[in-house]
Design a protein around this ligand. Structure first.
Ligand SMILES: CSCC[C@H](NC=O)C(=O)O
Ligand SMILES: [Zn+2]
Ligand SMILES: [Zn+2]
Length: 413
């Protein structure tokens, strides 16, 4: 595993710990630059926020006046709890069956190296792209991308790239079809707070903070169930409904061995991760939160932090077309077929990626990670990717990069 091979480079990249809350971006950026240089590609870094570099690798096309294409991946990963893993999460151990265990193996360090290796192979066959091909490696996706992809996509440098199409990360597929994502769900962080009269733990009275909060929690649970029921009934998949999940509860008066048990607190709050499919009605949700989830009549207030918008800058839903109105779609699809792969029906991603920043500008963007017959282990313990799946992905990207960079039918889009 210490050789000069794509797999060894993947393992090396996985061993560079970029987990939150303190990702070190220096080592992975230097490593990726060294790979880019070994392929003869230009690499530059931009630092919109201190210590949060964006790395851009460029393979110039023969017709630089055409819009370019960009392949994005994030440098960071979520944390891992080593004691709950079968192998240390930053060891990138390869087991006898070829599984490489590491935090980031699926999400999304595989695609970073696959992009580079695909270009190495295409260049080795003297392939010359017509459009310029860029690879971007961005920080902080896992915490929302605001200091990473959002800064980059909003920059003068990005504007100058004249990007026509973006490919970003997707998710593993448990069967033989590759999955492609044409939209993300948009996240809101919603906090509801209740106040009420404090009092002895033995008293029964109306409008206590806890009682007010718990009534809301019940209402929210019913809404959650109404959405989940549609999924259970087979009328929708998870990414097509609004999910609401409680993520914290905060109340009580601390005491040295826990909480004071005979006092009803005067304040209580709860936080929710809410995710909207792109066609959801945000105004209806705002009304619901105001009237039902945090009504002033129950001494409640709320805070909504929108971590993504539901509309692009022209007011359209944040979706990338998967029909003939989007010429990139059929080129992408054909490339997968030409690589010997099959493609599942395009999906909305349940979670949220950096692709939303490009879609917001109206740039078509798909989420795609070539992992088939692979359990979905992003953010899970024992995240792994099989060596054969990793290597097959390089071939898939050779087809994708080859086709998309040669495609000249449209000048814009
Ligand atoms: C607030 S945007 C958060 C982005 C994050 N992305 C990957 O997991 C997610 O929770 O989906
Ligand atoms: Zn990811
Ligand atoms: Zn992730």
């Amino acid at each position: 595993d210490r050789q000069d091979t794509p797999l060894a480079r993947f393992q090396h990249y996985l061993r560079l710990n970029t987990a939150h809350p303190n990702p070190n971006y220096t080592a992975p950026v230097s490593f990726l630059i060294s790979i880019a240089q070994s392929i003869g590609l230009k690499a530059q870094t931009f630092e919109y926020v201190p210590d949060k570099p964006v790395l851009l690798v460029t393979w110039p096309g023969s017709n630089p006046s055409l819009p370019s294409i960009i392949f994005n991946s994030h440098l960071d990963s979520v944390p891992a709890e080593p004691s709950k893993w079968s192998h240390p999460p930053f060891s990138a151990v390869r087991t006898p069956d070829g599984s490489i265990f590491a935090r980031g193996a699926q999400d999304d360090k595989c695609i970073a190296i696959q992009y580079l290796e695909a270009i190495r192979n295409l260049k080795g066959r003297n392939f010359v792209p017509t459009r310029t091909v860029h690879l971007s490696f961005v920080p902080d996706e896992e915490i929302g991308g605001f200091d990473g992809a959002a800064q980059f996509v909003g920059s003068k440098e990005f504007e100058d790239l004249n990007v026509g199409f973006v490919l970003d990360e997707g998710q593993a597929s448990v069967n033989d079809d590759y999955r492609v994502f044409y939209a993300d769900r948009s996240p809101w962080h919603v906090t509801i707070r209740a106040t009420g009269a404090p009092g002895h733990g033995s008293r029964l009275y109306d409008n206590g903070a806890m009682e007010n909060l718990m009534k809301s929690v019940e209402t929210i649970s019913r809404f959650r169930e109404s959405q989940f029921d549609m999924v259970k009934a087979g009328k929708a998949v998870i990414s097509e409904v609004i999910s609401v999940n409680p993520v914290f509860l905060k109340a009580g008066i601390p005491s040295p061995n826990g909480f004071v048990m005979n006092m009803q607190p005067s304040e209580a709050e709860a936080g929710f991760d809410v995710r909207f499919p792109p066609t959801a009605d945000a105004d209806a949700m705002r009304k619901r939160i105001t009237e039902e989830w945090a009504p002033a009549s129950r001494n409640m207030t709320f805070e909504i932090i929108e971590k993504g918008s539901l509309r692009d800058i022209r007011g359209r839903p944040l979706v990338t077309a998967t029909d003939d109105s989007n010429p990139w779609w059929s080129v992408f699809r054909q490339a997968i077929l030409a690589s010997g792969g099959k493609l599942a029906k395009p999906e909305i991603l349940t979670s949220t990626t950096d692709a939303r920043f490009a879609r917001r500008l109206g740039i078509p963007a798909f989420g795609f990670s070539p992992m088939k017959n692979t359990p979905i282990l992003l953010h899970d313990h024992d995240e792994f990717l099989k060596d054969t799946v990793f290597l097959e992905g390089i071939t898939v990207y050779e087809h994708i990069i080859g086709s998309l960079s040669s495609f000249t039918e449209v000048n814009s889009m």
